[in-house]
Design a binder for this molecule. Structure first.
Ligand SMILES: Nc1ncnc2c1ncn2[C@@H]1O[C@H](COP(=O)(O)OP(=O)(O)O)[C@@H](O)[C@H]1O
Ligand SMILES: [Mg+2]
Length: 462
């Protein structure tokens, strides 16, 4: 048998059920993949697994009686250290193919290092797909994602600030740009260079205008039915085409229009900045509340409004806008996209939302949260996928986050984040919290639909 020619690295020490297995070795084999011959089931079967944690043990100290006689000078003691490694079974293999079994290995059986091909099979690493890096500790095993599998569900990229989320997302978008178009909604300008490499158009938040239509104005200003009745009269008077109006201009026009409707004798302190108090006129309650609502929204309306062509990829850099306007922009883009795809689904679209915890937070509400929830719920059957990026997973709306079928998890320190994320993880094993806490920058734990098994990837794009 082939194994006989290889050098074993240790022996199985303890087997408690088929999942709790440990082996002893005289060297340190952290993070390695090893295999155990399972000839007691059938000839040529091996159990391949991963070393998850290691304890260093000195058998000399196991006998309490001997410890008493050990002195500093006794050098033979340190050389007796052995390592007890915990082994997590991944797959049974026979002749290079997976084999269905759950039989435990025998204590005392030998342990060997697994080769790359065996690791690839056991982890179910894809031969084809978009490469996002290599298996941690195995530079020659590349991690490829099947885009079909990835896009079966929504996905999320989570981890602390500076852990490598944006770097990964940019690389992934580069890799999939010929199969899918994307709309990237970013509150910072960090993705602006993506449009150079990819076939996409970069928009600044200030370029996006909302349609100057009664429905839109009422929706954005949050007008009540009664306010709408007054506002509609004003709106009909606007009557112009090819016009762009900021909220401030609308405010001025509405105020002027409204004052014309009133008798000149009434006075008010609504406009204390107006020097000539004799011109001050009181607005009835509706005019007053409409004005304060207009004042709160700093957006621009236009007739006709700028249309983002959904046939192409788009990057929206909203860094020049307030949080509130960013929320309105997201609502605007998502509503239009949903509407357009409900009429006739276009090319598959990936919506990427950076800082997702600000737009679909768990506790508060935002202007765009409902739309994001709607995309999370209804998007996939229309051909729309959602990718949420966040450094505060615990603050993202649970409904939205739980729709993610694949999680790309980067270093995460806060126990609440770790707990929250693992709570929605499709698989769980007890080492996951530690794995997340100890990932370096650019290392990513991938769980879910896109890979057959959870794997740790060293992200790189060459
Ligand atoms: N896989 C990687 N390889 C090389 N550099 C990386 C990698 N991941 C991240 N970096 C670098 O680390 C820094 C932080 O990464 P970034 O993706 O911006 O973090 P995050 O978006 O999670 O806050 C950046 O300078 C980035 O270039
Ligand atoms: Mg980032």
């Amino acid at each position: 048998m082939k194994l006989m020619n290889e050098k074993s690295i240790g022996k199985v020490l303890q087997v408690t059920g088929s999942a709790n297995i440990s082996f002893v070795s005289t060297q340190y084999y952290a993070g390695k993949f090893v295999k155990l011959p399972m000839d007691h089931i059938a000839q040529g079967i091996t159990l391949l697994g991963e070393v998850t944690s290691i304890d260093a043990v000195n058998p000399y100290f196991e006998k309490a009686a001997t410890v008493r006689y050990v002195e500093e000078a006794d050098e033979s003691v340190t050389s007796q250290t052995v390592f007890v490694s915990h082994f997590r079974p991944l797959a049974y293999l026979k002749g290079g193919t997976p084999y269905d079994s759950s039989f435990p290995p025998s204590p005392g059986s030998r342990v060997f290092l697994a080769d790359d091909r065996e690791i690839q099979i056991a982890l179910g690493l894809e031969d084809d797909g978009v490469s996002v890096g290599s298996l941690l500790g195995k530079e020659n095993l590349s991690v490829k994602l099947s885009i079909n599998k990835l896009l079966r569900t929504h996905f999320s990229v989570l981890g602390r600030t500076g852990a490598g989320k944006s770097f990964f997302t940019k690389g992934l978008l580069n890799g999939i740009t010929n199969q899918i178009k994307f709309i990237l909604l970013s509150p910072t300008g960090e993705y602006n260079d993506v449009s150079d490499n990819l076939d996409g158009t970069l928009y600044k938040g200030s370029e996006i205008t909302f349609p100057l239509e009664l429905g839109y104005l009422s929706m954005i200003y949050g007008l009540t039915m009664r306010e709408q009745i007054i506002f509609e009269k004003f709106y009909k008077g606007l009557g112009e085409k090819d016009i762009t109006l900021s909220s401030h201009q609308i405010l001025t026009r509405f105020r002027d229009w409204f004052m014309k409707q009133r008798s000149p004798s009434e006075s008010t302190s609504l406009f204390p900045d107006e020097s000539d108090s004799s011109h001050r006129r009181e607005l009835p309650p509706y005019g007053d509340t409409i004005l304060s609502k207009i004042r709160q929204r700093d957006v621009t309306f236009a007739k006709p409004a700028l249309k983002i062509p959904f046939e192409q990829s788009a990057i929206l850099d909203m860094s020049d806008q307030s949080q509130e306007t960013q929320e309105l922009l997201i609502t605007h883009v998502l509503s239009n996209l949903l509407q357009s795809y409900k009429k006739s689904p276009g090319k598959r679209t990936l919506i990427v939302i950076e800082e997702a915890h600000n737009f679909a937070p768990s506790i508060q509400t935002t202007a765009c949260k409902d739309k994001i929830v709607q995309v999370a719920r209804e998007g996939r059957k229309l051909g729309i996928n959602l990718c949420l990026i966040s450094q505060r997973p615990r603050h993202i709306d649970q409904t939205v986050l739980s729709q993610a079928g694949t999680l790309f998890l980067f270093n995460m320190q806060h126990p609440d984040d770790v707990q929250h994320v693992l709570g929605i993880s499709p698989t769980y094993n007890p080492d996951m919290p530690d794995t997340l806490r100890t990932l370096d920058v650019g290392q990513c734990f991938i769980i879910g639909e896109a890979t057959r098994r959870p794997i740790v990837c060293r992200v790189s794009f060459s």
